[in-house]
Design a protein around this ligand. Structure first.
Ligand code: GN1
Ligand code: MG
Length: 380
């Protein structure tokens, strides 16, 4: 068993580790909150976040740290240069080096560890609480995209090849399906539903990569995982202060992020519910998120960027459902699962959400039209 105290101590320059506790609800990495007897001089805090990177998913974890250095430095400069509202708090987690000055530490079993600062007086939530929370979540993503919009994505490494490339997930799904043995009796109906669901939507898988190939959507810096649990909300003001979980920041389409943020934040039941009748795509939350997002992103958004918003919302919900479904069929090898059908349940939630997004397509497009320039007549 890993000696967590010893791992944590590698990142502590003064004082002793007094507690290491499990932290957050990530599906991929292992995350801990570390408490130290004395505050760190550089970070002014006696707590920090310790993570073991899942090397089955991230094959070259050191690239994560290289990227993090590059884009956090860039964002700091971008913030210093803009005349942004100084009363608004906005922070980014920083890398805490080891006592030897390295950005990560590898244990004797090959485990890859890194530490980052904890942003105090703020927390994340597993589900959206209200329209203000939704607007702030959209703002946080827009703020991140705006602050990185001038960064040449070619300067960032690809920490996770194929991430959000839906046609690749589909190819993998086909392979897994070809090797599939018949499911247990109790899962037959759900699996048949899932398979039919995917068949009916295969043709949407390439919509965003095609738009990129046609030069309509540009490669930029993406966050990769802007779900509701990764938006930090200030305890006192209710405003977003950071977007965390920066392992998947890499070159990509901002539309992957927008789709992911909306599929996560517009479903108040959350992605872990087992009551499918509670899964909805809430239009008021959608409007609030897009308002918050565009309050920052309108600065760099182009007409095709607006035109592909609906596509991205539908596609990324479908993609996550497909990823969960594939992982269930493959025996839960990617996402952590607390029980054998956990990833099947998660897939069904996303598929239900896709049906909602499709059923409400006209209304969602009407919201998008209202927030798009050129449609000033209907603007609120
Ligand atoms: C994973 O590990 P976590 O919970 O931050 C996944 C995301 C999914 C998310 C769904 C690297 O994120 O793509 O949207 O689960 N991250 C990776 O909850 O695959
Ligand atoms: Mg993540």
């Amino acid at each position: 068993m890993t000696d967590l105290q010893n791992v944590a101590q590698q990142f502590v320059k003064q004082g002793a580790v007094s507690q290491v506790a499990s932290y957050g609800a990530g599906n991929v990495n292992d995350t801990y909150l570390v408490t130290v007897s004395e505050p760190d001089a550089a970070n002014q805090s006696n707590r920090f976040v310790l993570q073991r990177i899942n090397q089955h998913v991230f094959r070259q974890p050191e690239l994560i740290l290289l990227n993090m250095r590059a884009f956090t430095d860039y964002m700091q400069q971008a913030m210093a240069q803009e005349a942004h509202n100084p009363t608004r708090r906005w922070e980014a987690p920083r890398i805490i080096p080891t006592r030897q000055g390295q950005d990560y530490w590898v244990d004797e079993m090959g485990g890859f560890w890194r530490a980052i600062t904890l942003i105090e007086r703020a927390k994340t939530y597993p589900r959206i609480r209200d329209a203000n929370h939704a607007r702030e979540s959209g703002y946080a993503l827009g703020r991140f995209h705006r602050l990185t919009s001038g960064l040449d994505p070619a300067l960032l490494h690809d920490t996770l090849p194929g991430f959000h490339i839906t046609p690749q997930y589909l190819g993998h799904y086909d392979q897994v399906l070809a090797a599939r043995t018949p499911p247990p009796e109790g899962e037959l109906a759900q699996e048949a539903y899932g398979r039919a669901f995917v068949v009916a939507r295969r043709d949407i898988a390439s919509a965003l990569v095609d738009a990129q190939a046609q030069g309509l959507l540009a490669l930029r810096t993406m966050h990769g995982d802007p779900k509701v649990d990764n938006i930090l909300i200030d305890d006192a003001t209710g405003q977003a202060v950071s977007i965390i979980d920066l392992d998947t920041v890499k070159p990509g389409l901002v539309h992957y992020d927008i789709g992911d943020c909306l599929r996560s934040c517009c479903n108040p039941a959350g992605e872990e519910t087992t009551d499918l009748s509670m899964v909805t795509f809430d239009l008021d939350l959608c409007r609030a998120i897009l308002d918050g997002y565009l309050s920052e992103a309108a600065h760099f958004f182009t007409p095709p960027d607006y035109a592909y918003l609906y596509t991205s919302i539908r596609l990324i919900a479908f993609e996550l459902g497909l990823r969960f479904f594939t992982d269930h069929l493959a025996g839960n090898v990617y996402f952590k699962a607390r029980h054998p059908t956990h990833n099947l349940e998660r897939a069904l939630v996303q598929f239900r959400l896709v049906e909602e997004i499709e059923a409400k397509g006209e209304q969602i497009n009407a919201i998008i039209a209202r927030v798009s320039p050129g449609d000033t007549a209907t603007k609120e």
